[in-house]
Ligand binder design. Structure first.
Ligand SMILES: C[S@@+](CC[C@H](N)C(=O)[O-])C[C@H]1O[C@@H](n2cnc3c(N)ncnc32)[C@H](O)[C@@H]1O
Length: 243
């Protein structure tokens, strides 16, 4: 019920209405930013994810999860004649409709599981350990970091990577947030409607402090621009290691 009242439900409904949920070919790249084709791909999650377990929080229609579960680049270098060992990817999304979309697009693939649920509830209920956890404009930044980051830490093997991209806190000329609380932001729907949401909009320094408290060491922060959206940075991509 709560999920259906969420702006993310309206977002999923309009996305579903805009395009038929049919089987899709798997994207050749993992996308972290607002502009397809720019920035790193799956390699920032670790050099070799073959046979590893990876979790996406807020997977939407599942494009990145499908890439990770499939693509040879993501699977390291299999020797000639060797059967590639897949990466096991779990994609979690708050909205059942998104999970249905993801399954219609990529449900045929091995090694790929889509689960409907709140990221925090999923982590609290699961006893699985993962070798990489990531979010692309997904649950990280949409759930209170003081709750979500420790929950992620409990499921990530020490030494492994958490990576997430969030809308850049200075996009469109905004001033960076001065506190630890969320700010009002909007989900823009395909029909132009804007629905209010809460978003944690931290600078890199503030993310570093929150990550440190939860048991992570920040290893990189990259910002990306998108010329279609003006000269301000649009995406902040953070990578951290579980201590
Ligand atoms: C902007 S979309 C990004 C989807 C996908 N990662 C992509 O890059 O296309 C944000 C997604 O996060 C999901 N989401 C929002 N809050 C969430 C939460 N608390 N737990 C899990 N998923 C959440 C939404 O339903 C939506 O599918």
């Amino acid at each position: 019920m709560l999920a259906q009242a969420s702006p993310w439900h309206a977002h999923a409904l309009q996305r579903t209405a805009a395009g038929i949920a049919e089987p899709l070919s798997v994207p050749a790249r993992m996308e972290w930013t607002t502009r397809p084709g720019q920035g790193p791909g799956a390699e920032i999650l670790g050099p070799d994810l073959r046979g590893k377990r990876v979790l996406e929080l807020g997977c939407g229609a599942g494009h990145n999860a499908a890439h990770l579960a499939t693509f040879p680049q993501a699977l390291g270098s299999a020797q000639a004649g060797e059967t590639p060992i897949g990466t096991h990817v779990t994609g979690v999304d708050l909205i059942g409709l998104q999970v249905r979309r993801a399954r219609s697009h990529y449900g045929r693939l091995n090694n790929l599981t889509f689960v409907a649920g709140h990221a925090l509830q999923f982590l609290r209920a699961s006893d699985e350990q993962f070798d990489a956890i990531y979010s692309v404009f997904g649950a990280v930044g949409l759930v209170a970091p003081e709750l979500l980051l420790p929950a992620i830490a409990r499921h990530l093997t020490p030494g492994r990577v958490l990576a997430f991209s969030v809308p850049h806190p200075q996009r469109g000329g905004r001033a960076p947030s001065g506190g630890d609380g969320p700010r009002r932001d909007f989900v823009s729907l395909p029909d132009g409607t804007r629905l209010p949401i809460a978003r944690w909009e931290f600078t890199t320094d503030r993310w570093e402090r929150h990550l440190g408290r939860a048991g992570f060491r920040l290893t990189s922060a990259q910002e990306f621009h998108d010329s279609r959206l003006g000269h301000w940075p649009t995406t902040l991509l953070i990578r951290a290691r579980r201590i």
